[in-house]
Ligand binder design. Structure first.
Ligand code: NAD
Ligand code: WQD
Length: 338
């Protein structure tokens, strides 16, 4: 009896596999390694003393995926596999549609064929689009996504809602992540972006380690306390634990449920930079630049639903996340490439 974790060698997936191992849950990973490294498996082993079964397969490949479902006794699925770069999705929208939506279609087809009822899906706060107010609640309007990546997440949410209506005995948790940062405290796994990081925290750590000269702060004229963008940064280990809580919830046969996974607190770009400097006693050079197109001023979660219904809440602080991100980066200046 195993949990199938698609995208399990990726950033959030690898941290979730470690937490699944910690509760003695058998894990099967499917990942095509398009945005992760095989070395992650050794690192998971170093942390948990267990090696998950691994298939280097694209979830889009129905035949190969059928072999996995045939061989393994899968009880539930956590579906992380997907492409996530906002800028790449603007340049190659069809790639994002094919990969993200296509892989989810294959997955639910096979789950139906093999009688696997429980699915946890990685959605994103990006589905709230140009949010009109904060904190964001699960009942707030979705849509108006500012890029094709976000649109694929919303389209998949609708696909899963339809699937659940047609298959009333299925249980699906749609988890809308806010901004994951941090790393496992061992420093053995963490975020390892390809090329120039799009996201704030890996950019900060690469400046701190000397790989980039300075951070570009994208605008200081937003309607926020210090003028820089405000986000809900959540420690990746808290996020991973949110998936375990969701799996438990699905065992209660709730049907389709949607939860924000965030801390409920907003932090500005400059607050994060200064928290990082203080936590690690290291300077992060920055330059204030123009706004990044498509960015919104403020986004943070109302995280009460996940607490009330799954008994889950984030416990790590921003300082914990800054310390753990730096511990990962300084011990692995080139990520998983030795
Ligand atoms: P990641 O890129 O580190 O992990 C995704 C993994 O999926 C990678 O290992 C990649 O190789 C794999 N993958 C992609 N397409 C695949 C396919 N067709 N078949 C098999 N494997 C495939 O990203 P992450 O940050 O760990 O994100 C995990 C999920 O959470 C993604 O779906 C992402 O969209 C979503 N998400 C991420 C964030 C974030 O900021 N990191 C925020 C909200 C939602
Ligand atoms: C955070 C803040 C930037 C980089 C993105 C996706 C979203 C989700 C998470 C997957 C903003 C500022 C950033 C830099 C900066 N991913 N910034 N300099 O934009 O909230 O969300 O990742 O679902 O879909 O859109 O995260 O980390 O890119 O930016 O000043 O070099 O940091 O303007 O205010 P974002 P981010």
């Amino acid at each position: 009896m195993a949990i199938l974790v698609t995208g399990g060698t990726g950033y959030i997936g690898s941290h979730t596999v470690v937490e699944l191992h910690a509760i003695n849950q058998e894990v099967v990973i499917v990942d095509n390694l398009c945005n992760s490294k095989i070395e992650v498996l050794d690192r998971i082993y170093q942390i948990s003393g267990k090696k998950p079964k691994f298939y280097k397969v694209s979830v889009q490949d129905e035949e190969k995926m059928r072999e996995v479902f045939e061989k393994e006794n899968i009880t539930s699925v956590i579906h992380f596999a997907g492409l996530k770069s906002v800028s790449e999705s603007v340049a190659k929208p069809q790639l994002y549609i094919d990969n993200n939506i296509g892989s989810t279609k294959v997955l639910i087809k096979l789950m139906n064929e093999y009688g696997v009822k429980n699915l946890v899906f990685s959605s994103s706060a990006t589905v709230y689009g140009l949010a009109e107010h904060v904190p964001l609640r699960e009942t707030d309007p979705v849509g108006g996504c500012t890029n094709p990546y976000g649109q694929t997440k919303l389209d998949i949410e609708y696909l899963l809602i339809d699937y659940n209506k047609q298959h009333k005995d299925t249980n699906i948790a749609i988890l809308r992540y806010f901004n994951p940062i941090g790393a496992h405290k061992s420093g053995l796994i963490g975020e390892d972006p390809e090329g120039i990081p799009n996201n704030l925290m890996p950019y900060i750590t690469q400046v701190a380690v000397g790989k980039r000269e300075y951070l570009n702060v994208y605008g200081d004229d937003y309607d926020t306390p210090d003028g820089t963008g405000v986000r809900d940064y959540i420690h990746v280990v808290d996020l991973a634990l949110g998936h375990l809580a969701a799996l438990n919830k699905l065992n209660e046969n709730p049907g389709l449920v949607i939860y924000n996974l965030g801390t409920g607190k907003g932090t500005s770009v400059l607050e994060l930079v200064h928290a990082f400097e203080e936590a690690n006693n290291i300077e992060v050079k920055y330059v204030i630049g123009p706004r990044r197109p498509g960015d919104i001023a403020t986004s943070y979660a109302d995280a009460t639903k996940a607490y009330e219904e799954m008994n889950w809440k984030a416990t790590h602080t921003i300082v914990d996340a800054c310390r753990d991100s730096w511990n990962w980066q300084k011990n692995n200046p080139n990520g998983f490439d030795k």
